[in-house]
Design a protein around this ligand. Sequence first.
Ligand code: UFG
Length: 350
Amino acid sequence: MDRGSKPAVLVTGGAGYIGAHTAKALSEQGFFPVVYDSLSSGYREAVRWGAFVHGDIRDAGALADAIDAHGVKSVIHFAGLIEVGRSVVKPDLFWEHNVGGTVTLLSAMRERGVDRLVFSSSAAVYGQGGRGALETIPEDAPKAPASPYGDTKLACEWMIEAQCRAYGLTAVALRYFNAAGADPSGLIGEAHEPETHLIPLAMAAALGDGKPLTVFGADFDTPDGTCLRDYIHVSDLAAAHVRALQVDLPAGAYQAVNVGTGQGHSVLEVVEAVSRALGRPTPYALGARRAGDPPSLVADPSRARELLGWAPTCSSLERIVADALRWESAPKYGAGVRGGRLGASEPVSS
Ligand code: UFG
């Protein structure tokens, strides 16, 4: 795809789940996404819009080269490690990639005069923080991450905010609740290795891979005893990134914004929605709680509406599950693609 006069946006981690959907949304809104990804967990086949640069988020030179080569004017930063459980056993790795990678990126941006950032943060910054199970979470709620993963996201937010004040960077940190679903085209979707997320695992159980789903805890202080989460369609999430890039903010401004629906669903409600969509029961067993799982994470999404003019349009549980099912039923990214079948920087077709 030729960039033409389109503004180039560096999308670090753009070969991953949310990054790929955001690259598509950027392209549809007249931007030119420049996906920068090491392919350590992303998929080359997920890069279908804009250009692709194979690089590591800790590589200052490669980041600067990508910015120069494509005339990048702004950055959406997804690259980082995301597995909450792994962060508990390898916290150093998470600090190196997530915090160290963000330090490196911010330096490269500053050197090159790129002063607009959207940062991929998480509801993991909140933890349970003394909140009642049915309370929604505004952005100024206490921050009590329950994992080193959440710690690194919060540390990045602090550092970004400080650099906004010090250097005039303008940034929006989007705190995602539970990203789910897939692009309706069936071309891109969720493909984690190993998969730990509820909806793909429930579908795998219902489609008969032999293993029942384990429901992690049925003794929480919630209406049916299982955890409440705010599931947000990945296409709605992608649209929020484009809005965050476009919103009119003064130089040096920093905003943290929840991206969720405001509506919580229990694990058992999700299991029932999967069973309905598939027309067959999802086998499950009630198991022990998973370490680090807060009972409830449901957004107060008022600021996203007021500041970004954003509201979810496709995040009903039925729609999320239907789109996830379409993706699960389609041929996924081909075997052996991860790690870069093509490798080097190159343009891709739109
Ligand atoms: N769950 C099960 N069984 C499973 C998998 C999940 O019962 O096999 C439950 C979890 O306990 C949780 C809910 O389903 O209550 C959702 O779990 P996911 O693993 O799908 O998502 P998480 O809420 O754990 O994780 C999400 C993001 C993380 C982020 C975290 C913040 O994926 O990146 O929210 O807590 F850090």
